[in-house]
Design a protein around this ligand. Structure first.
Ligand code: MG
Length: 377
């Protein structure tokens, strides 16, 4: 199918400034008379450092820790939990998130059900800071879900039995370590392989020497030439690769559109698709989008991106950073509606502080708990 991307861009640019503000959950506060009288909504937060089980290597960097900030929003005797995760290559840090959160005043709102109003105001404090914004968004969703006594998959009307299997990432490493990591990952029904260095074929062949499990790949913008990329995608498809993320730099839009038109497997935009306004621009450039709470400011916008992408006939993937079970559980409530889930972030760390959504036999398994479904451990 041939997309007329330029015509579409014109239309979407015109529409971008005219999104109406509605607050779909605000009226629910009336169902809890007296619950919010006089009590202010409170936000608290603290920095925390996640320790990774293995050195994590992608096309652009290696690291052994990830800084996060853990948030809590309290109101009406309940506490909602949230989290910001800041892998260094995305530009946020402990300092930037703490600084941003110090500017957030949730005490001025009557009740937490005004999600749309509160989160739009917070988004307007400063551009960027998407992980910091997500940490408030997640805590607020958790709180509202707890007051309602419902998990978010129920509030959104999703079937918790329809969750997909999550992929498990095998990082770039020596053949020996890659074989060992692949054997350790035999519970998983999909493996994700990071490509974009000089050993791409070796990585795939090494994994294929151990298992036939379907593979999704992520180049993290590591390839530069569209012709070589297409050749490589055919080679990968012949070896059981079912999808590829961000094969070329996000700026090479025409090359990506060319590649997407010809690729025998779905091409998904990750670095090239951050927020709601990017979804329409991605039509024709990619077959689908990778939604991550930390880049799109949280559950509210992620749900809108999912809805819009689906209405445009696009594929949807939900991904993560290295995160505790807090942010992973928050993302997992959207997973019944996606084609692929890459929610292994909490499995890669040693020092999780929450218990929430689990991976059982490779499948994402949502808890029967209100809000995002996490408890402290
Ligand atoms: Mg990616």
């Amino acid at each position: 199918m041939k997309f007329h991307r330029r015509d579409f861009l014109k239309t979407s640019a015109a529409a971008a400034g005219t999104l109406a503000l509605s607050d779909p959950y605000a009226a629910l506060a009336a169902s809890f008379p007296g619950a919010f009288s006089g009590e202010k909504i409170k936000l608290s937060f603290r920095p925390y450092t996640l320790e990774l089980k293995h050195v994590f290597t992608v096309a652009v960097s290696s690291r052994t820790t990830t800084p996060v900030v853990l948030t809590e929003i309290t109101c009406s005797g309940r506490t909602g939990y949230g989290e910001a995760s800041m892998p260094p290559y995305l530009g946020e840090s402990h300092a930037s998130v703490l600084n941003f959160l110090a500017q957030v005043d949730v005490s001025k709102y009557e009740n937490p059900f005004q999600l749309e109003t509160i989160l739009s105001d917070i988004d307007a404090i400063a551009p960027g800071n998407t992980a910091a914004k997500a940490s408030v968004d997640i805590a607020l969703h958790d709180l509202v879900g707890k007051i309602l006594g419902q998990p978010w998959y129920n509030i959104w009307g999703f079937n918790k039995e329809k969750t997909p299997c999550t992929s498990f990432t095998i990082g770039i490493d020596t053949p020996e370590i890659v074989r060992q990591k692949t054997r350790e990952a035999k519970e998983f029904k999909v493996l994700k392989v990071k490509l974009g260095r000089d050993n791409d074929k070796e990585m795939i062949e090494t994994i294929r020497s151990v298992t036939d499990t379907p593979i999704t790949t992520d180049v993290n913008q590591g390839w530069k030439d569209k012709n070589l990329a297409l050749e490589m995608i055919h080679w990968l498809k012949d070896r059981g690769v079912v999808m590829i993320e961000q094969p070329l730099p996000k700026e090479q839009i025409d090359d990506l559109a060319w590649l997407t038109e010809r690729s025998p497997i779905p091409v998904i935009g990750d670095e090239g698709v951050q927020r709601l306004a990017d979804v329409k621009k991605a039509l024709g450039v990619y077959h689908g989008i990778n939604i991550k709470l930390m880049k799109c400011t949280g559950m509210r916008e992620a749900h809108k991106m999912l809805t819009l992408a689906r209405s445009l006939g696009m594929k949807v993937m939900i991904g993560c950073m290295t995160e505790t079970s807090c942010a992973i559980s928050a993302a997992s409530h959207l997973s019944p509606m996606v084609d692929w889930a890459d929610l292994d972030g909490a499995l890669l760390i040693r020092n999780d502080v929450y218990d929430g959504t689990k991976v059982i036999d490779g499948k994402i398994t949502l808890m029967d708990r209100p809000g995002i479904g996490v408890v402290k451990v």
